[in-house]
Design a binder for this molecule. Structure first.
Ligand code: SAM
Length: 288
């Protein structure tokens, strides 16, 4: 990949180019503007009902002069205008697992999965556990959750977060999810796939690691993992596929390819009902 003069594109230039190749100009400008402002976004958190009463935790946060504001689409999702992450991570509510710092968009996949109590749930790419602990909270620790993570260090972090958050219904497997035994089956599967991270990088950063190769590697792993998810889902079950990438190659194209096999169908997400700002993407019924 080279710029006009034959010079290799920097990660930043590459991402900008891919965004403008992927979206109409207005959308592309909104996306790059969003990435430019990523560093200044509000701290957001999830109240954890598995550790104490959320109402009491809210009062506790207010007693520190914080001003938590609930988001409209999730009772336990809050932003903290004006707060700094560094000041939150030393609070007892954080250290004792009553709150979990989590970006708002990353709270969506577990909500969309709508996990049931007394069901078998698989989280295929779990660490550090933001969504696993949310799944445990949404099911009040009454579902059987299997959380897979293949990276040993990240797996330790996952175990730590599960303990801290009181997510006792989770069984951790340090394994490559692509190798899960086809004998297993689940009612709900969350595949929060490894990705290029293109939706979470501030464009002001140097982005040295962002390359075509990283995208290709991510796509290969996303396809294999989603194929595995289809193999492991029970008839009538639900798979949610999510990434923190903004690129269609890692999102709609992965989903479209698996749909074309005919083994699963798309259960459309009503983005308007969620009341969230979205970018128009190439596969109706999915959300970017
Ligand atoms: N869902 C997590 C959360 O909400 O905290 C974030 C997951 S992160 C996007 C992807 C994770 O998948 C990484 O920790 C990575 O090590 C792991 N991973 C990548 N490929 C995997 C595979 N084949 N099997 C299991 N885990 C994998």
């Amino acid at each position: 990949m080279t710029a006009d003069g034959g010079r290799a594109l920097s990660g930043r230039e590459l991402l900008k180019r891919l965004i403008f190749d992927s979206y109409p100009e207005r959308e592309a400008a909104a996306v790059t503007d969003g990435l430019d402002r990523l560093r200044n976004r509000c701290v957001s958190l999830r109240l954890n009902p598995l550790r104490g009463e959320p109402e009491k935790t809210l009062l506790e946060l207010e007693s520190y002069g914080l001003k938590p504001e609930q988001v409209g689409w999730y009772e336990h999702g809050y932003i903290l205008p004006g707060a700094k992450e560094a000041e939150i991570v030393s609070l007892p509510a954080y250290l004792e697992g009553r709150i979990y710092l989590q970006s708002l968009s990353s709270m969506l996949p577990p909500i969309i999965l709508k996990p049931n109590h007394n069901s078998d749930i698989l989280d295929m790419a779990a660490a550090p556990g933001g969504k696993t602990t949310q799944l445990a909270a949404l099911t009040q620790n009454r579902a059987r959750i299997t959380a897979c993570e293949m990276n040993r260090v990240r797996c330790e972090r996952l175990r730590f977060n599960l303990r801290r958050q009181g997510a006792g219904s989770v069984f951790v497997m340090e394994t490559d999810s692509r190798r899960l035994d086809p004998f297993l089956s689940f009612d709900s599967i969350l595949l929060d796939a490894p990705c290029s991270g293109s939706g979470t990088v501030a464009l002001s950063e140097s982005m040295e690691g962002f390359t075509e190769l990283l995208i290709q590697k991510s796509v290969r792993s996303q396809k294999a993992l989603l194929k595995k998810a289809v193999e492991l889902i029970k008839p009538g079950g639900t798979i949610v596929y999510s990434t923190c990438s903004i690129l269609p190659a890692e999102n709609e194209e992965i989903v479209s390819e698996i749909l074309s096999c005919g083994a699963v169908e798309l259960d459309c997400i009503d983005a308007e009902a969620l009341g969230l700002p979205t970018v128009k993407n190439r596969l109706e019924g999915t959300v970017t």
